[in-house]
Design a protein around this ligand. Structure first.
Ligand SMILES: *[C@@H]1O[C@H](CO)[C@@H](O)[C@H](O)[C@H]1NC(C)=O
Ligand SMILES: *[C@@H]1O[C@H](CO)[C@@H](O)[C@H](O)[C@H]1NC(C)=O
Length: 253
């Protein structure tokens, strides 16, 4: 039995296929994001959600660099700094948004593992008084959020994962620390988390109420608060280690 179990583990480990690779190895600089359009769907990301009222481009809000990735990751050369400010209204607002979505012909649906690492930086961190939706599917069946949830009290400086309307993991985030996540969609589903270079552990078993999909947003969406005009200078989030695999999962960040 032990030998069979070992073989099965080995078979699982070697059979994982990366269905979409959102690491930024094929990008020279953020200007490459500007090549994407609905009529020219190149690269690994769709880049259409950002403030553009004053002629800004995707690269006005996104910066690539080795300093923006988890230093523990070896399979990527760089990560991305995602910025919003008071000019980040997209499609008339009132939310402030800069987001990246997968560009792929794969449907990214099934029992899959969506990987993402993120950091709340020490410089230009988000204001905890506002709800920030930072990793989510358009259907909002599983979201990573930071800050005071809109219409609620008492959980301001909190990084959390929410599915089915309930928080399944939360922490008061340490700025400058890398948080690694795997959102396991489909069945059985679950959530895997670690910090820094530690192996990801399954911290929640159960459905994330969704099947994956390509309408997966990574970045910054800041909700308005009491209808107040949001004159902010700069808020940043850093991301790396973004990819989707069909088995495993790979638990090294
Ligand atoms: C990166 O570019 C190479 C060369 O064009 C290509 O073979 C590879 O598939 C690209 N990688 C991704 C993740 O698209
Ligand atoms: C907001 O960011 C945009 C894009 O980088 C920049 O053009 C603009 O000057 C910034 N606005 C302020 C008030 O800093």
């Amino acid at each position: 039995m032990k030998a069979i179990a070992a073989l099965l583990t080995f078979a699982t480990a070697v059979s994982a296929t990366i269905l979409w690779d959102g690491r930024f190895n094929n990008y020279t600089s953020a200007a490459d994001f500007d090549q994407w359009s609905w009529s020219n769907q190149v690269g690994q990301y769709q880049t259409y959600i950002y403030g553009n009222l004053h002629g800004e481009k995707a690269s006005s809000w996104l910066t690539l660099g080795s300093e923006y990735k988890n230093p523990a990751t070896t399979a990527e050369k760089q990560g991305v700094k995602v910025k919003i400010n008071g000019s980040s209204t997209w499609n008339g607002g009132p939310m402030l948004r800069t987001e990246l979505l997968p560009q792929t012909t794969n449907s990214l649906t099934g029992h899959l593992y969506f990987h993402v690492s993120l950091q709340i930086p020490t410089v230009n961190p988000p204001d905890p008084a506002y709800e920030h939706q930072i990793v989510f599917w358009e259907g909002h069946y599983a979201d990573i959020k930071y800050g005071q949830l809109s219409g609620q009290n008492g959980v301001a400086d909190t990084l959390q994962v929410i599915t089915g309307g309930k928080s399944i993991w939360s922490v008061q985030p340490v700025k400058g620390t890398w948080y690694n996540f795997i959102l396991e969609v489909g069945s059985p589903g679950g959530l895997w988390v670690s910090t820094g270079s530690s192996s990801l552990q399954k911290v929640y078993s159960g459905s994330l109420n969704g099947n994956g999909g390509t309408d997966w947003h990574i970045g910054a969406l800041r909700l308005p608060l009491n209808g107040v005009t949001q004159q902010i200078t700069e808020t940043d989030f850093w991301y790396g280690g973004i990819y989707v695999e069909d088995s495993g999962p790979t638990t090294q960040p």
